[in-house]
Ligand binder design. Sequence first.
Ligand code: NAD
Length: 477
Amino acid sequence: MYTVTQLIGGVWGAGGEAGELTVHDPADGRPVTSAPVATTDEVDKAVAAARGVASEWAATAPSERAAALHRIADAVADVADELAQATTAEMGKPLADARGGVDAGIATLRQYAELAPARGGRTLHGDPAAIDFMTPQPRGVVAAITPWNDPVAVSCGLLGAALVTGNVVLHKPSERTPATGWLLARAFDTALPAGVLSLLSGGPTTGAALAAAEVDMVAHVGSSATGRAIAEAAASTGAKVLLENGGSDPLIVDADVDPNWAAGEAALGAFANAGQICVAVERIYAHRDVAEDFVAALVERAAALRVGPGRDPDTQLGPLVDRRHRDQVHGQVIAAVADGARLRIGGTLPEGPGAFYPATVVDRCRHDLALIREETFGPVAAVVVVDSFSEALRCAADSPYGLAATVLTGSMSHAQRAWRELPVGTVKVNAVFGGAPAGAAHPRRGSGQGFGYGPELLDEFTATKAVHIQAPGGGHW
Ligand code: NAD
């Protein structure tokens, strides 16, 4: 069992006066982690301690900060297996996926270590006797509040970008993956001056205290409801907010595609990580010409998935993160069926321990069902039949979210219409998880604001200052 400790003001083991939380393995219900819960007072003390070292870290040469980030990447690589095991034990995903998330995190750290010192400002051309330039500076004290579904990759991105650009960071990992966050913080702390990184643990109350504290920036990856609460809190303090939030990504299956191939893409998008991916396929608009064959092939793929604990190397579909979340997923499926949708496979709560939920396919969905409009975040493929590509585009665009979308089509003109017309951050054509490294996009609507990834994330963590320097009256100095 993991026993998490907090890191406040460079001291491990501080605080936790608000009690303890326990995480249970979603595969079998056994307790895996005990973690302290930070009080508001502890959060405020951590912020004050971080403020105390902020100027020194900001004044450290960018090359030195980059070197520290490379050492952090080495330290994370040294505990990569341990981190993957903790992730699987706490949130259930197959171990190979968890290890993939760790490797992605390490790669991001190295990428930011290389990119950050190479980025700079702009020289301006005003009075030739004066000096005018724009230069990026660290924002100061950053609160990073992260989710459980890909805990290492997401945290490495935010923490790496914030630290290498000269900010001090208070990290609050999800209450569902505190040991993963703790192991990560221990690796980071080996390569950083004391106090530059703090680790606070706890749930929404601790997160809310951090979002309302006197920090300069709150970076949140998580649900849209939380993102909105954080934006509200930050409006009172003046902190900058970066939000990477939920999605309800559409998949459009055009009339001219091979329905078997399309079913493979849909199954990957809907069932990977048991659907607990921000850019999972959440709703499918299938053209009537191919819909029947497509759904039949999708049902076959759902039936073929090997279900089991994430630690079993044969497992393709692990449990959901916990039973609370499973109840939400199941509730949406049941409500859709009660409202006329047809269950083709899955959709039942299994007997036995853990938070398993079967790969589920629901067709005859209407576009206005909560299963279609809201984020489900479970292994559920919900299909709406449409009569034209234009109708599919219209439905796909009609959403409170705007994270990403995928279009499967053999028509270049349809592909062009899709990327131009869909009001989302990322459009993928003919691959649900395709994309070049270092891509970054602006999520829209309830999916957040700002760049959460790529080189542009480095800019989010800096504030640009414009400087004008001229000689005093008389012209000499
Ligand atoms: P969540 O918002 O419930 O929790 C995320 C973090 O916010 C946790 O650390 C939590 O303790 C904290 N938190 C909760 N309530 C808070 C409050 N009122 N104030 C401050 N902090 C608070 O999200 P989750 O369930 O952990 O993660 C799943 C969600 O994250 C999904 O919606 C998913 O789409 C989204 N997500 C988005 C991206 C992206 O890049 N857009 C990536 C991964 C996950």
